[in-house]
Design a protein around this ligand. Structure first.
Ligand code: PA5
Length: 444
C-alpha cells in the first residue's frame, strides 16, 4: 500500500504535514503504551500478531462444519458486528455472486442490521427449500436489532430442524461471560466464539466477528491476517513517519481538518470496495464524532457517483477533502473493441482496457477536484485481494486511533449511540423506562 499526498498541497503544504510528526508519534505511542483515553479498548492494536494458529484452526473448522450443513448462512449483527465482514466479503467476492450457479461455499447473507419487516420477510422467504445455518454476533449480547432478528431466525431454524439439530446450526460470537446472548448460547449448547473484552465493535473485524463469516464464505483469512500483521509491524512506534502509512494518513487528515476541511469523502473507483466505505464511515464517525468535534466521513463510488455527487464535490461548500483508494491491477481483462461504423465515436478507445480508462477518469477527476479546492489524499493498493484488504483495514484502524487522540477525544467509546436507544425503548414501553415513556409521550 502506498500514500500520495501531492494533491493536498492546495490546502496544506509538506512542511505543515512534517511538523505533525512529533504529535503523531506521541499519539501512536499512546496506542501502544496504553496511557491514552479509552485504554481498556486497545486489544486491536496487537490483534494481527497475536492471533494463534489454534484460533484460526478453530474458526476454519467451525466454518467448514457450517458450510457442510448449509447452503445459506445468515450472519446476524449490526454496526461493528456486521460491517467488517460485509466489507471484506463484497471486496473479495464476485459482484454477481447471487447469480453464480456453481458455488464452493455457502451464500452469506446478513440480518439484524435493520428493523425492516419487508427485509426480514424476504430473507425468511429466501431460506425456504435451502439448507440453513446462522451465526449470531453481538458483543454486548443485548443489542435490540440483532436480538430481534435472532429470535425470528432461531425459531425458524428450530421449527425446520428441531431443537437438537438447530443447536448444531447456530453459532454465537459474543462476550466471554456477560449478556443475554452468552446466557442463551450456554443454555442451548451452541458453539461459541469470544469477542475479547478489550476490542470494541468497530475494531473487531480481525476477531471471530469478521473472521468466522469470512471463513464460511471461503475467504482466505490467513492472507487477510498476514496483510494486517505486516501493516501492524510497519506502523509501529519505531517506524518514522516517512515509512509509516498510518502516521502519514493521520497527519494529513489532521492537518486538513485544522485547515478547515471538515468533511472527508472516501472515494473508490471499484464498486467492490463500496462497503469498505461503509465500514470506514463507522470506524471514523463513531471514533471521532464527539464533543462537537470530528471530521464527517462520507463515501462515494466513482465514476458512478460523479454523475450524482460530482457537482457538489466540484463546486459546493469548500469544506471537503477526498481520500481516494486506487487499485493498480484488475483481476480480469476487458477491452473496448473496434467497430467499423464507429457510430458511438468510441474507436479512439479501441484496444484500451477498462482499467486504463478508469485510471484516466481517476486522474482527471483528482485534478479537477484539486482545481476546485478539494484536496486529495491517494491510497494505492496493488490489487484487491485478502492480503491487501487486511493491510488496508489495519492501516485505517491505526490511523483512526492516532487521529482521534490528535483531535482530543476518546476514540474508543460511543456515548452518542445511546440517545436513540433510550428514546426507542421509552416509546416501546420497555420495563424500567416508565418515566422516560411518560416524558417522551408528552413531546409527541
Ligand atoms: O462499534 C461499536 O461498538 C458498535 O457499532 C457495535 O458494534 C454495535 O452497536 C453492535 O453492538 P453489539 O456487538 O454489542 O451488538
Amino acid at each position: 500500500m502506498k500514500i500520495n499526498l501531492t494533491n493536498i498541497q492546495c490546502a496544506v503544504n509538506a512542511a505543515e504535514i512534517a511538523a505533525l510528526e512529533g504529535e503523531m508519534k506521541k499519539c501512536n505511542e499512546l496506542l501502544h503504551n496504553g496511557q491514552g483515553s479509552g485504554n481498556d479498548f486497545l486489544g486491536w492494536v496487537n490483534l494481527p500478531s497475536s492471533i494463534t494458529a489454534l484460533q484460526i484452526d478453530e474458526i476454519n473448522q467451525t466454518a467448514a462444519k457450517l458450510a457442510q450443513k448449509a447452503e445459506i448462512v445468515v450472519v446476524i449483527g449490526i454496526g461493528g458486528s456486521y460491517l467488517g465482514a460485509k466489507a471484506v466479503l463484497d471486496a473479495l467476492g464476485n459482484s454477481f455472486d447471487h447469480l453464480c450457479k456453481k458455488r464452493n461455499a455457502p451464500v452469506v447473507i446478513f440480518a439484524g442490521q435493520n428493523l425492516s419487516e419487508d427485509y426480514t420477510h424476504e430473507l425468511i422467504e429466501a431460506l425456504e427449500g435451502r439448507e440453513v445455518a446462522t451465526i449470531v454476533i453481538s458483543k454486548s449480547g443485548t443489542t435490540t436489532e440483532p436480538a430481534i432478528a435472532f429470535r425470528i431466525i432461531k425459531s425458524y431454524i428450530e421449527n425446520r430442524y428441531g431443537k437438537k439439530e438447530a443447536s448444531e446450526r447456530i453459532v454465537a460470537v459474543t462476550d466471554s461471560s456477560k449478556g443475554a446472548l452468552r446466557t442463551l448460547a450456554t443454555g442451548e449448547g451452541y458453539k461459541t466464539f469470544v469477542i475479547p473484552d478489550d476490542v470494541g465493535g468497530r475494531f473487531s473485524v480481525l476477531t471471530p466477528v469478521g473472521l468466522l463469516p469470512l471463513a464460511v464464505a471461503g475467504v482466505d483469512i490467513d492472507a487477510l491476517i498476514k496483510g494486517a500483521q505486516n501493516m501492524e509491524s510497519s506502523t509501529g512506534t519505531q517506524v518514522p513517519m516517512e515509512g509509516n502509512l498510518a502516521m502519514q494518513y493521520a497527519a494529513a487528515r489532521t492537518a486538513l481538518y485544522r485547515a478547515g476541511k471538515k468533511i472527508e469523502i472516501l472515494a473508490t473507483y471499484e464498486p467492490k470496495l463500496q462497503n469498505v466505505g461503509e465500514w470506514w464511515k463507522q470506524l471514523y464517525g463513531e471514533s471521532e464524532g464527539k464533543g462537537g468535534k470530528g471530521i464527517f466521513p462520507a463515501s462515494v463510488v466513482f465514476t458512478c457517483d460523479l454523475h450524482s455527487m460530482g457537482q457538489y464535490i466540484q463546486d459546493g461548500e469548500r469544506s471537503l477533502f477526498e481520500t481516494v483508494i486506487s487499485v493498480t491491477n484488475s483481476a480480469h481483462s476487458v477491452k473496448v473493441g473496434i467497430d467499423k461504423d464507429n457510430l458511438d465515436g468510441l474507436n479512439f478507445l479501441a484496444g484500451k482496457s477498462l482499467t486504463e480508462i478508469n485510471e484516466k477518469a481517476k486522474i482527471g477527476t483528482m485534478l479537477a477536484h484539486v482545481d476546485g479546492g478539494v484536496p486529495n489524499i491517494e491510497l494505492t493498493i496493488d490489487r484487491i485481494d485478502a492480503y491487501n484488504i487486511g493491510a488496508m483495514l489495519y492501516m485505517f484502524e491505526k490511523a483512526c486511533g492516532m487521529s482521534g487522540y490528535a483531535l482530543g477525544v476518546n476514540p474508543f467509546d460511543q456515548p452518542g449511540v445511546e440517545a436513540y436507544k433510550a428514546n426507542m425503548f421509552a416509546l416501546l414501553e420497555k420495563p424500567g423506562f416508565e418515566e422516560q415513556t411518560k416524558a417522551i409521550k408528552a413531546r409527541l
